[in-house]
Write a protein that binds this ligand. Structure first.
Ligand code: UD1
Ligand code: CA
Length: 419
């Protein structure tokens, strides 16, 4: 493969978002829109792409840190101008892969196919297209009599006939670097929007006798552009669907894919069953043969062992629940470790926040936590200990192993005989 560089355009305003946060930093299933794209290009092999930033550049730069080479486009004059801004960082490559920061769902396999086709055809530019039932908002692919690509016309500049074209420009291209930067100088301002369109390059390349080829995908989920908050929620659902498909192919049962929301960063073991209305956020690990939900939320930092049962209205965050334990109803566990084979009774709460900081609760193996127990953290409960229904275990009033604690505030009674 020839040497190939990668540039992501992310300087645009995202006008339709009407937001104080740059569009590419909006959250998409628990991580910024742009992170999705950085992950996918990394998967293809681009560890430090060039990212063109402009609108609210400071915030985007803070996010990027060493994940990319950030270059500034001073004025957002269009996608051709944005590519120009990255020129000096791309001079050592033979070919350049161009992506748009607001088209974050493209798959690694699709990018690889595009690069492969580009190398095989020896084209000056290879671009990705897709057919859409409703192509509005996108640039349309204009083809000639023998189906060859002749150019791209932007919606704002298109006539009625062109608007009826259903094949659209995804915004993913491979260019021969020399041809790209030679031709980009020749792009003029568009008539209606007064921007320098990267898409105008296609017609110029062709008029100069250069070859342009196209790869067409049939997955309209991966090609969606995020231009409004409505698009953002559609992208969230598409990403969620993709994650659930991956899980179900890997021996996880998801009872109702339309009400389970599972982060692409979550890890779930074989034969675990996820019931309806469950939210599993990023950085969550669930073991094998667990039962999760219905109606529960596993927040970041939750690690669940094997054969664990988490039932309805249970919220867990930054906590570890070891194998064979149960928390089946109406419970909040935050900053907590629950040992093996423990039972967390209905309505248990870790009061982990003292107004200033979060404190830890540790519950030993085989502990039996009575319904409605409140742990005022920091507090520890020993192995095999029992708490009575409605007891309030005050901070640092640790319950020894096998002891029984009851009341408000809790008193320690006799030790448990056998456990
Ligand atoms: C663009 C394409 C369109 C395609 C669609 C796919 C052009 C002219 N049009 O339209 O053919 O169907 O994407 O989603 O390329 N950007 C900059 N600097 C700028 C302008 C834009 O960095 O000066 C970035 C934006 O942040 C964005 C990307 O380039 O990530 C695309 O720009 P946008 O304005 O969203 O283009 P579309 O109108 O969606
Ligand atoms: Ca866009």
């Amino acid at each position: 493969m020839s040497s190939i560089g990668c540039i992501i355009l992310a300087a645009g305003k995202g006008t339709r978002f009407k937001s104080g946060t740059p569009k590419v930093l909006h959250e998409l299933h628990g991580r910024p829109v742009l992170q999705n794209l950085l992950d996918v290009v990394a998967e293809v092999g681009f560890r430090r792409p060039v990212v063109v930033i402009g609108h609210k550049a400071g915030k985007v730069r803070d996010f990027l840190r060493d994940k990319a080479v950030a270059v500034i486009q001073r004025k957002q004059l269009g996608t051709a101008d944005a590519v120009k801004a990255g020129k000096k960082y791309l001079s050592r490559f033979e070919d350049i892969l161009v992506l748009y920061g607001d088209v974050p769902l493209v798959k690694a396999g699709t990018i690889r196919s595009l690069i492969k086709e580009h190398a095989a055809s020896g084209a000056s530019c290879t671009l990705l297209t897709v057919f859409m039932d409703d192509p509005s908002g996108y640039g349309r692919i204009v083809r000639g009599s023998s189906d060859e690509v002749r150019g791209i016309v932007e919606e704002k500049e298109a006539d009625e006939e062109e608007k009826r074209i259903r094949e659209i420009n995804v915004g993913l291209y491979c260019f021969n670097r020399r041809d790209l930067f030679e031709t980009i100088k020749k792009v003029g301002k568009s008539k209606v929007k007064k921007e320098y369109y990267l898409t105008d390059l296609i017609e110029i390349l062709i008029s100069e006798g250069k070859k342009v080829s196209a790869v067409t995908t049939d997955d309209t989920d991966e090609t969606m552009g995020i231009n409004s908050r409505e698009d953002l929620s559609r992208a969230f659902l598409a990403l969620n669907k993709r994650m659930i498909k991956k899980l179900t192919e890997n021996s996880v049962t998801v009872m109702d894919p339309s009400t389970a929301y599972i982060s692409p960063d979550a890890k779930i073991g074989k034969d675990t069953v996820v019931y309806p209305f469950v939210v599993i956020e990023k950085n969550v690990k669930v073991g094998k043969r667990c039962s999760i939900g219905p109606f529960c939320r596993l927040r970041p930092g939750t690690v669940i062992g094997d054969d664990v049962e988490i039932g309805n209205f249970v919220e867990i965050v930054r906590s570890k629940i070891k194998s064979k334990s149960k928390a089946k109803h109406l419970t909040y566990l935050g900053d907590c470790v629950v040992g093996r084979e423990a039972n967390i009774g209905c309505g248990t709460i870790t009061a982990n926040f003292d107004g200033k900081k979060k404190n830890r609760t540790t519950i030993g193996d085989k502990a039996h936590i009575g319904s409605g127990t409140i742990f005022v953290a920091p507090v520890k409960v020993g192995k095999g200990a029992v708490t009575g229904a409605g007891s309030v275990i005050l901070r640092n009033k640790n319950v020894p192993a096998k002891a029984v604690a009851v009341g408000v505030p809790a008193r320690i009674l006799n030790k448990r005989e056998k456990r």
